[in-house]
Design a protein around this ligand. Structure first.
Ligand SMILES: *Cc1c(COP(=O)(O)O)cnc(C)c1O
Length: 357
């Protein structure tokens, strides 16, 4: 059997969820969209269901997968419905629904619903992606109430730059939000992971942690809460071939690495078809037989090469950690000029093995 696999530590996941709760004192929707950032939405939801206040996903397809697996906790659709004909299903499966646009508000007004909806009304406080314009916010709230089709409204917005700890934009977004919701007595939800971890003064009845649940930091710099996260996913494989090469020999496609001295090179069963980033360059950290080493040359579809020259205990069959508790996914992401979010979401083909359920 091919040795490539992703080990998922559900105990670490619960630790990270509890940390988000503890440092905010708020209710927390665990964000498990995109198959829980590659970790497996159903398994992650099952592991958190006993303690989570609810879950958040991107669309009804993701929500129905949870319901089909028996998850009864609240599930919020972060983009609401894409077409009005999803509304009966939203009611039937007891889902919570973001309203981010006037067309969605109109669809609710016109719908015939057997039960009232729980709506999270979203303000565009400055990111300019989705969300109602501040001038429309109060009226939208009143129209939802007047429609008679809504049981509860939570007011929400989303930060564009909360991962930049010295940027004033998040404060400006909070000010826009506070002005827009003046006089409305409803719960609010503002904080994603960078805001949960780095912006303790933003008040939010509900927080929406995603990446931090999986133990990766959204920040490009060291940060106190980031140091308390526990990585959940370990991507590992084994050395399947060892080469002793003299100086001056190319390694891999395009001869992008040429040995500067005699070297021992290990070939690992892991490639970009597994989601390992093809753009990770020579020097990207890996852990071989418990010792830090580096990637060599181009990543291929099913294999990549690592430096065994100074890892004397390593050889055929040695375990290689591509990311996990020793090699942080965020460090691999930085080397490959991407973010840990994408590193995790790209995971495919490798079996996921769960522990700590
Ligand atoms: C994805 C998402 C989150 C979670 O973001 P993280 O940075 O992963 O914590 C929170 N809120 C909304 C609206 C999202 O789309």
């Amino acid at each position: 059997m091919r040795p490539a696999r992703a080990l998922i530590d559900l105990q670490a996941l619960r630790h990270n969820y509890q940390l988000a709760r503890e440092i905010t004192g708020a209710k927390a929707l665990a964000v498990i969209k995109a198959d829980a950032y590659g970790h497996g939405a159903v398994r992650v939801a099952q592991a958190l269901e006993a303690e989570a206040n609810g879950f958040a996903v991107a669309c009804i397809e993701e929500a129905l997968e949870l319901r089909a697996a028996g998850i009864r906790a609240p599930v919020l659709l972060l983009e609401g419905f894409f077409e009005a004909d999803e509304l009966p299903l939203i009611i039937e499966h007891d889902l919570w629904c973001v309203v981010h646009s006037l067309w969605q508000l109109e669809a609710i007004e016109q719908a015939r619903l057997s039960k009232p909806l729980t709506v999270w009304l979203k303000l565009d406080s400055g990111m300019h992606r989705v969300g109602l314009h501040p001038k429309d916010f109060q009226e939208a709230y009143q129209r939802l109430l007047a429609s008679g089709k809504v049981a509860k409204i939570v007011l929400m917005s989303h930060f564009a730059r909360a991962d930049e700890l010295d940027c004033v934009c998040s404060n400006e977004q909070v000010a826009v939000f506070e002005a827009a919701r003046q006089g409305l007595s409803a719960e609010v939800s503002l904080r994603n992971s960078p805001s949960v971890m780095g912006w303790p003064n933003v008040s939010s009845d509900w927080v929406r942690p995603g990446i931090m649940l999986y133990g990766a930091t959204p920040f490009g710099e060291d940060q106190a809460i980031a140091a308390r996260l526990q990585p959940v996913m370990t991507l590992e494989s084994k050395v399947i071939c060892v080469r002793e090469l003299p100086a001056g020999e190319p390694v891999g496609y395009g001869a992008r690495f040429v040995t500067p001295k005699p070297m021992r090179v290990g070939v690992v069963a892991m490639g970009y078809a597994d989601g390992y980033p093809r753009h990770a360059p020579t020097g990207t950290p890996v852990l071989v037989a418990g010792q830090r080493s580096q990637l060599l040359g181009r990543v291929s579809m099913d294999m990549l090469c690592v430096d065994l020259t100074d890892v004397h205990q390593a050889g055929l069959g040695s375990t290689v950690e591509l990311w996990g508790k020793n090699i942080l996914a965020s460090d691999v992401a930085t080397a490959a000029e991407t973010i840990p979010y994408q590193i995790f979401c790209n995971l495919r083909r490798v079996p996921r093995l769960y522990s700590g359920a």
